[in-house]
Design a protein around this ligand. Structure first.
Ligand code: MRU
Length: 347
């Protein structure tokens, strides 16, 4: 295990020349800390599709290391096929394609004899950049936090979702380093319970107070004045600032607006999608309805009932108070210039 300051003491995705690619199996948390070795492109694809490794930046890092380390045939057309297979594993998080494109680019610029090394170097840079971007998000975002605040979050956009200290939770970790007492309210996040299982686990590991809520409790807590700020992560941010994130984020944004609670999104620059003009262009992953009808393998919905299972929803930019990126804290209007790729100057 690789200890890291300000977060759970685990390495989410790792590569070593001797051991190859391994990921922390997040399906087993919080019960067991177990790693899976991934040796083939099919295994990497399955690990991403089954949420063994999950969270937009972490799946980008895993896919990059997987393409670089597990591809058998290093001819460019074969690599493009492997990349397409990995890209299709989860359609919403833009970081996945972004990371694969960076590794493919490194492959194109290297002779076949040294291609694997060049691809691995690119994958390690993606991981290192993610660590730095998370840290920068934390350093910028901590300006929004005050001693004693109660911060509500959804899903897991913490260390387990990245190579670093997370995105939505990064300001919370930096606040802890600076001696600010911040309490996190973690929505459990049905159907796969990333909030209850993962956010609560990594925060308790780090000694940060966390209280788990069922998803339906947020409204009454906000009405009672017991939520000071909402911070969520993002899987993709369109050019107008619309944000795709875990299903339920949009509902929280509506509630936050109604109750006058600031709704903030935190994401690295790799989550920006300059090719999507607005949220309507973002593909939303549809997952197996059995994730909704069943809990831990046991059917909980009445036999014969169907279920919806979109993994993400889109929060319109009009409901977002601030977007924290590694470049600063950005205020509306969130317009990403297609050429400059820049949000407006930090507020
Ligand atoms: O389905 P998941 O668990 O991969 O969903 C994760 C989220 O929605 C996160 O908020 C998002 O990927 C940002 S992670 C820093």
């Amino acid at each position: 295990m690789t200890p890291r300051a300000g977060s759970s003491a685990v390495e989410v995705v790792g590569w070593s020349p001797a051991g190859g690619l391994r990921v922390l199996d997040q399906r087993q948390l919080p019960g067991r800390v177990e790693y899976r070795a991934l040796a083939t492109i099919a295994e990497v694809r399955d690990a991403i599709a089954t949420l063994t490794v999950r969270g937009a930046p972490a799946i980008g890092v895993a896919a990059a290391m997987g393409l670089a380390g597990c591809s058998r045939d290093l001819a460019l057309d074969a690599l493009a096929r492997d990349a397409a297979e990995l890209r299709a594993a989860r359609p919403t998080a833009v970081n996945l394609g972004w990371a694969l494109d960076r590794v493919l680019d490194a492959a194109r610029h290297a002779d076949e004899r040294v291609r694997r090394e060049a691809m691995l170097r690119a994958a390690m840079r993606i991981r290192d950049d993610d660590v730095a971007m998370c840290r920068a998000i934390g350093e910028h975002g901590v300006a929004l936090l005050r001693d004693g605040m109660r911060v509500l979050t959804h899903c897991n956009a913490g260390a387990l979702a990245t190579a670093g200290i997370g995105t939505a939770l990064a300001p919370v970790y930096v606040a802890q380093e600076r001696g600010l007492a911040v309490e996190v309210l973690a929505c459990e996040t049905r159907p796969l319970l990333q909030g209850a299982r993962l956010t609560a686990w990594e925060l308790t590991q780090a000694g940060i107070p966390v209280t788990v809520l069922t998803d339906g409790m947020a409204a009454s807590l906000m009405a009672a004045g017991r939520v000071d700020l909402v911070i969520v992560g993002a899987d993709r941010i369109a050019r107008n600032g619309d944000v795709a994130n875990k299903i339920g984020s949009y509902g929280l944004a509506v509630l936050a607006k109604h109750h006058g609670v600031p709704f903030v999104v935190a994401a690295p620059w790799s989550t920006m999608d300059l090719t999507s003009p607005d949220g309507g262009a973002i593909p939303i992953e549809a997952r197996d309805p059995a994730e909704v009808t069943h809990l831990a393998g046991t059917r909980v919905a009445a036999d014969g009932a169907a279920a919806y299972n979109p993994a993400f929803d889109v929060t319109p930019h009009t409901l977002i108070h601030r977007i924290i990126t590694d470049r600063g804290v950005h205020a509306p209007p969130f317009f990403l210039a297609p050429d400059a790729g820049a949000l407006p100057p930090p507020a």
